[in-house]
Design a protein around this ligand. Structure first.
Ligand SMILES: *[C@@H]1O[C@H](CO)[C@@H](O)[C@H](O)[C@H]1NC(C)=O
Length: 241
């Protein structure tokens, strides 16, 4: 009992130094209110943190999707064999774009194939993929399928060792059977013999009206002097204007 009395004053002294009355124990209702308020603040903070995390997560998902979308255009064909069909195959294995079809008749024969021993018609290589559109080739002649104005041209490389060389572009027409019409002529005459190995080239070109079935060809007076070394050395062509 005496111990209990002694304990009171000491406690009282400690509190007394503050000169304040000891804080009242919170009323049961007040305490419950505080606890509820604390819980509310805690929950609000939790919701805010969750929202922030959700925002970060969504941002991450968007960035990932964006990144993946950028990748798919390149990686997709490798994944699915179906995707290799059509345009995607073309983009993956670059091929030269297809050459457009000409809108009008056109022919360019770049390589001579056969030359006459003396005078005669030059023949051209038409195997492979020569440019011949809406014109027919037969035995050195280009046969017109559509009447109209055509530009006709020819270039010949020849050895100038002989005394003369003549190249002509001529045509045969059903309107003038049995005769050839001279369209373009190149003539070279050497009064004195030229040095061995002398090489010349001719070029002729002009515009002519052609009827259907007109046959145009290149004629030379001395086939043995024509040089057929390279495809680009000689040519014969025509196109509708
Ligand atoms: C024909 O060409 C050959 C080779 O160039 C030449 O030797 C010959 O003299 C030429 N003939 C004529 C008539 O020019």
């Amino acid at each position: 009992m005496a111990d209990g009395h002694a304990a009171y004053p000491s406690v009282f002294v400690v509190d007394g130094a503050t000169h304040f009355p000891p804080p009242l124990p919170p009323k049961p209702g007040q305490r419950r209110m505080q606890v509820r308020r604390n819980r509310l603040v805690q929950n609000t903070l939790l919701v805010l943190v969750c929202l922030t995390l959700l925002g970060v997560l969504m941002e991450g998902v968007f960035i990932y999707k964006l990144h993946k979308h950028g990748d798919t255009s390149e990686s997709k064909p490798a994944e699915s064999p179906e995707a290799l069909k059509g345009d995607q195959l073309v983009t993956r294995r670059p091929k030269p774009p297809p050459i457009p079809r000409p809108s009008k008749p056109l022919a360019h024969l770049a390589a001579g194939s056969k030359k006459p021993e003396k005078e005669g018609i030059l023949e051209w290589i038409v195997e492979g993929d020569p440019i011949i559109h809406e014109l027919e080739y037969r035995d050195g002649t280009l046969i017109v399928q559509k009447e109209g104005y055509y530009y006709v041209y020819s270039k010949i490389s020849y050895s100038a060792e002989g005394s003369s060389f003549t190249q002509m572009v001529q045509k045969r027409s059903q309107r003038l059977p049995g005769s050839s019409i001279e369209l373009l002529t190149y003539k070279r005459y050497n009064p004195s013999p030229l040095q061995k190995g002398s090489v010349r080239s001719s070029y002729v070109g002009g515009v002519f009206f052609m009827y259907t079935n007109d046959a145009v060809f290149v004629y030379v007076n001395n086939g043995s002097s024509v040089l057929l070394h390279k495809p680009a050395d000689n040519c014969f062509g025509m196109f509708m204007l």
